[in-house]
Design a binder for this molecule. Sequence first.
Ligand code: MSP
Length: 513
Amino acid sequence: MDKKFYITTPIYYPSAKPHMGHAYSSIIADFFARFKMIDDYHVHFLTGTDEHGLKIQRSAEKAGKDPQIFCDHISQTFRDLSDTLNLSNTDFIRTTETRHKKTVQHLWSKLEKNDDIYLSNYSGWYSVSDEAFYNEDEIEKIDGKKIAISSKSSVEWIEEESYFFRLSKWEKPLLNYYEANPDFISPVSRKNEVISFVKSGLKDLSISRKSFSWGIPVPNNQRHVIYVWLDALTNYLSALNYPNTNDDLFKKFWPASIHLIGKDILRFHAVYWPAFLLAAKIDLPKKVYGHGWILSGEEKMSKSRGNILDPLEIIKKYGLDPLRYYLIKEVSFGNDGNISQERLEDCINSDLANNYGNLCQRVTAFAIKNCDGKIPSIIKFQDEDLLILNKFKDNLDNIRSKIDDQNINFYIDYIVNSLFEANKYFNDQEPWKKKDDPIRLNTIVYTTLEIVRKISFLLYPIIPASSLKALKIFDIKENKVKLNTITNNEFLTKGNNLNKIDILFKKIEKNND
Ligand code: MSP
């Protein structure tokens, strides 16, 4: 098996507990990872925490804690969230781990050896909240306070000795790379933003800080710590044991298939990171996808704006799979989206409880009563049965290619339509009126059960636990969920017992006052 897929989430700052924006990046990454898993890829799915830099040092000071102890504690809440979100991640990296520090220092030495690093002095604006440098034209003054226009976070003036990366040298090679690899930055709107930023001219980048100590020391000059973004981005390599290029993980999974990130950190991933890699002569990731933001009102949800929604509270109230379904369906992928509990309740009631849950219950109950509790054995497909069954086979390649284009909207629409058609098929075929034609009755039941099976397979990447719960009807375990079997119209073993399952989704009582 040589199909490989390496997907990463951003590594999160453990400066405060996770919020819905973080949950969103992770859930989307899990969706892609699980889709590829059931499509027989070897999947490496990485997430983790980004623990160095002034932002973390100051948060720890504010909490009156040693930074390492502070990080240990909050990083654990991110790890716990991975479990709560039912992520299928194969690794969780922390940038304070030795494996990571070694890789970062190696990369630094390589850049230095290739003459891409020099020592000079930096003076300019810096946002601790974004851990980013800003030019004069990227900031504005509001109420006497200087802030970065793009992120609205406050900036402070810094002047200190600093190492620089020769970013300007990589302006042309980057532009050439974007042109030769048109899919490298997605979606297209973001690619255009990046290209115009690079075309406007790249200045050399300050990559070390001297006025604080919470970071990875620069090799051979312990008075400096490495800029937190050079440190953080390298996690994608350190998790594969780079620089050991003979390591199985590195050989198998580098270059990454996709770095999934929020649009706020596109510049770091689509400009700085590929420039570092070009300079170090390491292959570039195949794609950087910048998704939109979860908004609160009109604004990005973030801790510094104090408008965060706790994913744990939503999960406690509605359950995990409804939240996963809602975020994947209702936030049009690539764009910003608002979270609304009302829409979430609509999704639960109409899509999950009515269209999916009810279909599963209805056909199973009917089969238990009328087919001796078994998957019917003697069947004879007619055109109308094959018409609906074959649609899955006919669409499989299209589904795969839409997923490779990150077209989640297509995927979810496909499922919603399939559910609609499945319910319509069962209603129109009226098996309850076919009691004097057992072959026809059995065939309708078998066809509907097959559709439930196929749709449950397709739902697995979105709502894994509920899909597996539905598949208990047929005793299908997780390792048997394989995408290519949706082309098979007679996958279900005839004559096997059917199992009754508990209700999949409880409807939410809506108060219409
Ligand atoms: N530590 C850096 C990333 C380093 S990656 C090498 C960082 N961390 S963060 O915790 O501030 O945010 C990480 C990611 O969380 C964002 O890029 C984005 O993917 C996600 N989100 C944070 N707030 C978000 C929203 N309100 N909406 C959607 N996603 C957002 O940046």
